[in-house]
Design a protein around this ligand. Structure first.
Ligand code: FNR
Length: 181
């Protein structure tokens, strides 16, 4: 079983990205253990390191202990939400203590719009590269979220979509540990 730190870039209770992450978790059952990181962090400020916030230290601990990182993020104004960027910034510092370096990472996201977070993902990829992460290149997964995508218990309703997402999780598993999927 691989330990995956999951970053959901929305704090909203009814977040579709949270629901989508839960659906991925179900599809990954038995091989990927999802550990959701608390993303409700103080806004990044270099002065915080004088007395580091417990939530940021916890994020760094979880990432350090993880075999891989999964980012499930909304797109805000054709970019990543502050929640996602704030977590990436917090984990990258203090200078020289970037916790993201060398971590395998996969990225996806859901939006009610037709482009399904594609623009956000292309931007986030460049940030992940500069952080020294090992970014899964393919498949790209852009979810245009429609009400019938998930059942009430956040299971992927459509067989073809479930198969496609399982393929994404297979690729991520293989990216972390070749031969495991
Ligand atoms: C959005 N939304 C949005 N959607 C999109 O596809 N592209 C975009 O650029 C934006 N921009 C944007 C900006 C802001 C400030 C908000 C609040 C929303 C819509 C967004 O996809 C929708 O609200 C999702 O439901 C947000 O994800 P969660 O919170 O449900 O996971």
């Amino acid at each position: 079983m691989l330990n995956i730190a999951v970053l959901v870039g929305s704090l909203r209770k009814e977040s579709i990205n949270k629901r989508y992450a839960h659906a991925l978790e179900k599809l990954a059952e038995g091989r990927l253990a999802f550990d959701y990181v608390n993303m409700d962090l103080p806004l990044y400020n270099e002065d915080l390191w004088a007395e580091p916030p417990a939530k940021v230290l916890l994020l760094k601990e979880k990432i350090a202990a993880a075999d891989g990182v999964l980012i499930v993020s909304p797109e805000y104004n054709r970019s990543m939400p502050a929640v996602t960027k704030n977590a990436l910034d917090g984990g990258s510092r203090p200078y020289g203590q970037n916790v993201w370096a060398d971590k395998p990472v996969a990225l996806t996201g859901a939006s009610p719009g037709s482009q399904g977070t594609a623009v956000m993902q292309s931007q986030v990829r460049s940030t992940l590269v500069i952080l020294g992460m090992r970014v899964l290149g393919a498949p790209e997964v852009y979810i245009s979220f429609k009400p019938d995508l998930l059942s009430d218990d956040d299971t992927v309703a459509n067989e073809g979509t479930a198969k496609f997402l399982t393929g994404f999780l297979d690729a991520f598993t293989h990216w972390i540990k070749p031969g495991m999927a």
